[in-house]
Design a protein around this ligand. Sequence first.
Ligand code: DQA
Length: 145
Amino acid sequence: MVKILLINGPNLNLLGQREPEKYGSVTLREIEEKLSCFIGARNAELLCYQSNHEGAIVDRIQQAQVEGVDAIIINPGAYTHTSIAIRDAFLGVQIPFVEVHLSNIFQRESFRHHSYLSDIAKGCFIGLGAKGYFLAAEYLLNPAI
Ligand code: DQA
């Protein structure tokens, strides 16, 4: 069975209450539950992880290789713009991943325009709200048109 890991980085545990005009009113728990159903209905399995700590996310990416995870969906939060360590973890394990951002980072402050992950991701869904997680899953499970 295909195994997909969802990783959400710092402050995404606050979804629903955090700057809802930028990130929406849906909670992370609701996203995880709906995405689990979406992926389960396609005979695949979803594992969910959220951390506010860079090293913990690196550990989780490395652990994914041990667990035989097939693909990762990640919203790295602010670590998108700072973390060479998370980039190196993906390069180290060679697990395909899709990068998701709820907000359109290119419409925001210039320090959010650069991602340390986008050039090594399979692809990115940016600015489409929580729908981006589902589009990422749909792509990973069914990449053909
Ligand atoms: C974010 C965008 C980041 O710049 C920000 O630090 C976040 C959320 C998004 O989903 O739009 O925490 O990744």
